[in-house]
Design a protein around this ligand. Structure first.
Ligand SMILES: Cc1cc2nc3c(=O)[nH]c(=O)nc-3n(C[C@H](O)[C@H](O)[C@H](O)COP(=O)(O)OP(=O)(O)OC[C@H]3O[C@@H](n4cnc5c(N)ncnc54)[C@H](O)[C@@H]3O)c2cc1C
Length: 567
């Protein structure tokens, strides 16, 4: 029941209005050279309070703004199925995420340049794209030791700021780092993130700055060449009929408001920006991928791409909480409706207060010591000397998975930042339009296990350092789990989660790499077929040691220039 529409003229049809799709829609319609149709499966973000107030962002994790996926049972996580969050709303995951703004280490960008044999991806040469993305808002007062002004963009699309709430937690947070020997780092986004830094957030004037607010609402008013359709879920790409090379320039989508199925075509290309899960699944539903898996799902295979859906890489994490004797933690805000109402009133009045920020203020990055025993059997998989192996974030509240007991807490979540475990995304052959089978394979390698053990032990040392003693800090877990690797592994399996920074399921490779081993080439075109490019987190071939949003924004900014043919 495909409803033919009057032919519409678009140069590009972009599927997915997340970090990447929004950047592309904006940049490709600059200058009125090209027309773009942007299809987004989820609803509009406009007026969604929980997607605007930074503090309550976890409320975006359930309901209509999330694809509500889960991971397959994961051995490294005690065979649990975890939730796998993905934004299903204009702005994609940038409309539901934690807003942490990290560019990653210079070593990882240089690694991407060397992977592609193209120095224009190097840290030194990618700087203009960081600046196009960023409008850093310096905190009031003269430049100080909380950030380095010279490394920031100030007129880009996304507002970036520091969290100046939670003043009580700042001195012990910094002092404890110094007591365990972690250096102070003036700016996490300088290219060298190692150390403890003030955390930077995609928050502007007390509100979330997302791909939707930054790229689809600013500077595009009046662009008649940009057409955005929400509640429009692409179901498959339709191959052109007739002889000639296999070409896909038609997208079949479902209008989720009435169930109508509609086809639209692109004169130039379809650009798939549906994210690390939905990009490979959309291509599989269109007959691309592993022929045996496609046949099992009753889909006619059209082109073999073995790499599609494989190489799924995540940053698995383990949150732990410690009780403290101060009532200044955000647990109060969560459990006291009167305090919350007071802060909401403050936010509504002037966009300030505790709801204008999250519960995090600082971020720590570190590497395993050079003499760690794991290096006897595993060579360092990170990008280089300034690429962290793990990240730790202090939170002004309870963070452990599961119900919060009475009391006040601070949390520490640790992530493996240079993981070697890889997983996959596959169609569920019993329900090809339903949720795919997501296997993050968390904590599956000796390296990942060694890194998380080290991070948890260092976290315990950090919380036990003298700086926290005045707060009568106490673990909410049995700290003797850290006494042996086996007990610590069991703790990780019971309390860890799979991550939210997925990349790699449609990875980019050099122009001359074999079609099928890499999914796209440096021009972002799917190798072996015509008419389709992919630009989103799925093309990143390895996981940058950063939360993935800025790397995806910058990838898309650069891809837009590639697509426009500009230098
Ligand atoms: C809960 C959570 C917390 C996170 N926290 C952070 C953080 O603090 N900092 C950070 O840097 N990164 C964070 N991330 C990761 C970051 O948001 C993502 O890496 C980034 O948004 C990926 O961009 P993308 O364009 O690849 O995909 P997305 O931003 O996910 O966008 C994909 C879009 O495509 C749409 N789509 C999918 N399928 C279809 C279809 N068939 N038809 C039409 N539209 C479709 C989706 O609805 C979505 O809008 C977080 C992610 C999540 C989910």
């Amino acid at each position: 029941n495909v409803i033919p529409r009057a032919p519409e003229d678009f140069d590009y049809v972009i599927v997915g209005a997340g970090a990447a799709g929004s950047v592309l829609a904006n940049r490709l319609t600059e200058g009125n050279r090209f027309s773009v149709l942007l299809l987004e499966a989820g609803p509009d973000n406009e007026g969604v309070l929980e997607g605007t107030l930074p503090y309550i962002y976890p409320r975006m994790f359930g309901g209509p703004y999330n694809w509500n996926y889960s991971t397959a049972p994961t051995p490294g996580l005690g065979n649990r199925n975890g939730p796998y969050f993905r934004g299903h709303v204009l702005g994609g995951s940038t409309s539901i995420n934690g807003m942490t703004y990290t560019r990653g280490p210079s070593a990882d960008w240089d690694r991407l340049a060397s992977h592609l044999g193209d120095s224009s991806w190097s840290w030194a040469r990618i700087q203009s794209y960081f600046r196009k993305n960023e409008a850093f808002e310096a905190p009031p007062g003269p430049p100080n030791n909380r950030f380095t002004p010279s490394v920031h963009g100030t007129s880009g699309a996304i507002g970036v700021s520091l969290n100046l709430n939670n003043e009580w937690i700042v001195p012990p947070t910094l002092q404890a780092a110094s007591e365990i020997g972690l250096p102070y780092n003036n700016d996490v986004n300088s290219g060298n993130p190692i150390g403890i830094s003030w955390q930077q957030f995609a928050i502007k004037n007390g509100a979330r700055s997302s791909a939707a607010t930054g790229y689809l609402r600013q500077n595009v008013a009046g662009r008649t060449n940009l057409n955005v359709r929400v509640n429009a879920r692409a179901l498959r790409l339709v191959p052109n009929s007739g002889p000639g090379p296999l070409t896909f320039r038609t997208v079949e989508y479902r209008d989720e408001t009435n169930g109508n199925i509609i086809q639209v075509s692109a004169r130039r290309d379809v650009i798939v920006s549906a994210g690390v899960i939905d990009t490979p699944t959309l291509l599989m539903r269109s007959g691309l991928g592993d022929p045996a898996e496609l046949r099992a799902a009753n889909i006619t295979p059209r082109f073999t791409i073995p790499a599609l859906g494989n190489n799924f890489i995540e940053h698995p994490g383990v949150p732990i909480s410690w009780s403290v004797n101060t009532t200044l933690t955000d647990d109060e805000l969560d459990k006291d409706p009167a305090l919350f109402a007071q802060e909401l009133e403050r936010w509504n009045t002037n966009k300030t207060g505790r709801l204008a920020q999250t519960s995090l203020t600082h971020i720590m990055y570190n590497r395993l010591p050079r003499n760690h025993s794991i290096f006897r059997t595993v060579s360092d998989p990170s990008g280089g000397a300034n690429a962290p192996h793990y990240e730790q974030i202090v939170a002004n509240k309870w963070v452990t998975l599961g119900a919060r007991p009475a009391g006040n807490f601070i949390g520490m979540t640790q992530f493996v930042m240079a993981p070697t475990s890889t997983g996959s995304v596959k169609l569920n052959s019993a329900d090809i339009l339903g949720p795919p089978i997501i296997n993050a394979n968390s904590f599956n390698t000796e390296w990942d296990k060694a890194v998380i053990r080290h991070a948890i032990r260092s976290s315990i040392a950090y919380m036990r350092s003298p700086a926290w003693a005045p707060f009568n800090i106490q673990p909410t877990f049995d700290p003797t789990v850290a006494d042996t690797d086996a007990r610590l592994d069991a703790f990780v399996a019971a309390s860890g989660f799979g991550g939210a920074h997925g990349v790699g399921t449609a990875r980019i490779g050099r122009a001359n790499s074999r079609p099928g081993s890499d999914v796209v080439g440096p021009d972002f075109r799917v190798k072996g077929i015509r008419g389709v490019r992919i630009v989103d987190a799925s093309v990143l071939p390895f996981s940058p040691a950063a939360h993935a949003m800025v790397p995806v924004y910058v990838l898309a900014e650069k891809a837009a220039d590639t697509i426009k043919g500009a230098p």
